[in-house]
Design a protein around this ligand. Sequence first.
Ligand code: AMP
Ligand code: MG
Length: 411
Amino acid sequence: MKTNIFLEEAQALVLDRVYPGQECYISLDDAMGRVLSQDIQAGENSPPFDKSPLDGYALQAKDTETAGQPGGVKLHVIEEVRAGYTPTRKVTSGTVIKVMTGAPLPEGADVVVKYEVVDRTGDYIRIGYTLQAGSNMIQAGEDIVKGETVAVKGTLLTPPLIGLLASIGIAKVPVFKEVKIAILSTGDELVDPAQELQPGKIFNSNLHSLRASCLKLGAQPVSFGIVPDNEAATAERITEALQKTDMVITTGGVSAGDYDVVLDALHKIGANIIFWKVDMKPGSPIVAAEKDNKLIIALSGNPAAAFITFDLIAVPSIKKMMGLGSQLPLKVSATFVGHFDKESPQRRFLRAQIYRKSDKNYIKLTGKQSNGILKSLLSCNALIDVPAGSGRLISGQKVSAVLIGSIDEYS
Ligand code: AMP
Ligand code: MG
């Protein structure tokens, strides 16, 4: 069993042990947040035909060559085409077809003139200037050309991608199977927020924050409730969770205290312990283990520690299981604003908010940094990565940070 390892080694050790699940086809309307399991090629042009971008008249540009002369040119309106219908006639010299926005361009026409700029009398229009062939036309395939690769395997399905797939007539998409993540809280002191608080007890927040993290990611959380600080009960609940899900996340009971029984419970069920403890603060007491080709990641019970180590160590492997092409959190550098007065003998991750000003990244702390503080996670979109052996942080100093939200999320 490895112990006290670097975060990057911990991330790699768990990532190496997981793979994307099976593929299935699902309805486009259920695909939001899922991940493509195949490249998608367009079977159609989008739009499928040349069309008019406005209400106007389709004609031949050469008919307007003399339109600059007094009186302009007079052309005969021979048909009207609405969006959703097709022309029955061709445009020939001297004739025009009235087209509405979205209507297919009639054969023979090479330009559309705006409705507002012509004079119409009866079945004739008069145009007072010369038009350029090709203006005011949307070409077939302007957005997507038939045969084009529109998205590759490993891409997250987002609202614009779903719209784009619909625009080329894709109603079912190949995606990776949904990933089920068991969330289990350990601790005699825990009660669910739906229960009455008794003396000495606290509400279980980890189960709920980690469930929400899974949902945000697009994984399916499965709650396995609260288990007391008891080795046999913990072993039994982890076994049940392993049978029903693809990965198990537990919180609490992984330090070296008398009632920290999770490591023993993992030994008891015959799990292979991959590592115990990562050299970082918060959340150093973390265990990763494997059983039946499934990962068990046991996090510290301290709410902020559990949340942060989940993001840094569990999320990359969950993303890989979901089939996402990119897994590790992005690293950015920024100028620190404010002060942090503690020294950092151990590598430390500070809850912070990164923001952009005049094209530069700045980062400030979001509040108290103790293990149990959840409030400073509320506006946190990045964690400052303070190397072991660092002194105090002062304004103006360059720091590196790991993005755990979007950079403009709170700016
Ligand atoms: P542990 O990791 O079990 O030593 O717990 C560390 C601290 O986190 C203790 O103060 C626990 O009471 C608290 N804690 C453990 N599990 C949870 C939880 N699920 N929700 C909120 N606090 C917790
Ligand atoms: Mg405990």
